[in-house]
Design a protein around this ligand. Structure first.
Ligand code: SAM
Length: 272
């Protein structure tokens, strides 16, 4: 009996040690990447807080809702799921800003088959959403067979909420060219091209259209597909954040980074 208890305790300890070492390795790898890509201090602090302290709690609080969404997505035509892992963090943000009960204007750059779009329109029943996409895929999708179907799948997946949806087919650059100067959004999700030049332009243009106290979420903050660190989203987002220092607050840093706009740019200093 004693041996069985000791053996099971030993196995538990080994599992804990393995899990702990894995988490520590991922944490250190990501911190090192953030430092190489000039992450500002508030981002490093928030990443530490989210990864070490808040992550497990957020996942457990929203785990049943996550399952509901996963079941809903099974009813749609989705060939990829890049989004549902982020749902607990989005729900934490929506609760914090009470987005479920407000009339929200939302913008999404990069919709693919509409999983993130469907989530937004379902979770925020009073929201309108503008989806911007070329529906031609990004660098990493070129050559994939599914590209022929993504736009049709998007239409099918969003057919039940199409009355609150505006679709713009074209690049994000061209969208910001035609977007009315005074069109402002409460929530912006940036998940289009992941090449750093494009991410930087999307960030700068989107921030101009973000209301004060509006929220902007960037996907794939730690994602590395391009060989050079600086060609990936992280470096672009960090440099954007450095430019906008004092005008935003970091809400959370997981695989995505979310910020709240707290000040307006282009304020002219009055000469005395
Ligand atoms: C990763 S997918 C979006 C996934 C989606 N947000 C989700 O979570 O289900 C990226 C999308 O960005 C689009 N895209 C790539 N470059 C773009 C650009 N310059 N302007 C607009 N959309 C672009 C692609 O066609 C693709 O559908």
């Amino acid at each position: 009996m004693k041996e069985i208890i000791l053996a099971s305790l030993g196995a538990k300890l080994r599992n804990f040690e393995k899990g702990f070492c894995m988490s520590l390795k991922v944490f250190l790898k990501n911190i090192y990447f953030l430092l190489r890509c000039y992450a500002p201090c508030p981002v490093l602090i928030k990443f530490f807080y989210n990864y070490v302290i808040a992550r497990k709690k957020v996942k457990s609080v929203y785990s049943s809702k996550l399952e509901e969404y996963k079941n809903q997505f099974k009813l749609g035509v989705f060939t990829n799921d890049w989004f549902s892992g982020n749902i607990p963090h989005w729900l934490a943000i929506f609760d914090r800003y009470d987005f479920q009960n407000k009339k929200i204007e939302a913008l999404e750059i990069g919709s693919w088959e509409g999983m993130s779009s469907l989530f937004m329109l379902t979770e925020m029943p009073l929201a309108n959403l503008t989806c911007v996409d070329t529906w031609a895929g990004s660098d990493e999708h070129q050559g994939a067979d599914v590209l022929n179907a993504i736009e049709v799948n998007f239409e099918k997946n969003l057919s039940t909420v199409s009355d609150r949806l505006k679709k713009y087919k074209g690049t994000s650059y061209s969208y910001f060219d035609v977007c009315a100067h005074d069109q402002m959004f409460d929530l912006i999700f940036i998940d289009g091209s992941h090449y750093s030049d494009d991410v930087l332009v999307d960030a700068v243009k989107a921030f101009q259209h973000l209301k004060i106290n509006g929220v902007m979420i960037f996907d794939d903050y730690f994602w590395r597909i391009y060989r050079r660190d600086f060609d990936n989203p992280c470096a672009a987002i960090n440099n954007f954040l450095r430019l906008k220092s004092g005008l935003y607050r970091v809400i959370s840093v997981y695989g995505q980074i979310a910020i709240e706009k707290i000040g307006n740019e282009r304020q002219v200093e009055k000469l005395s």
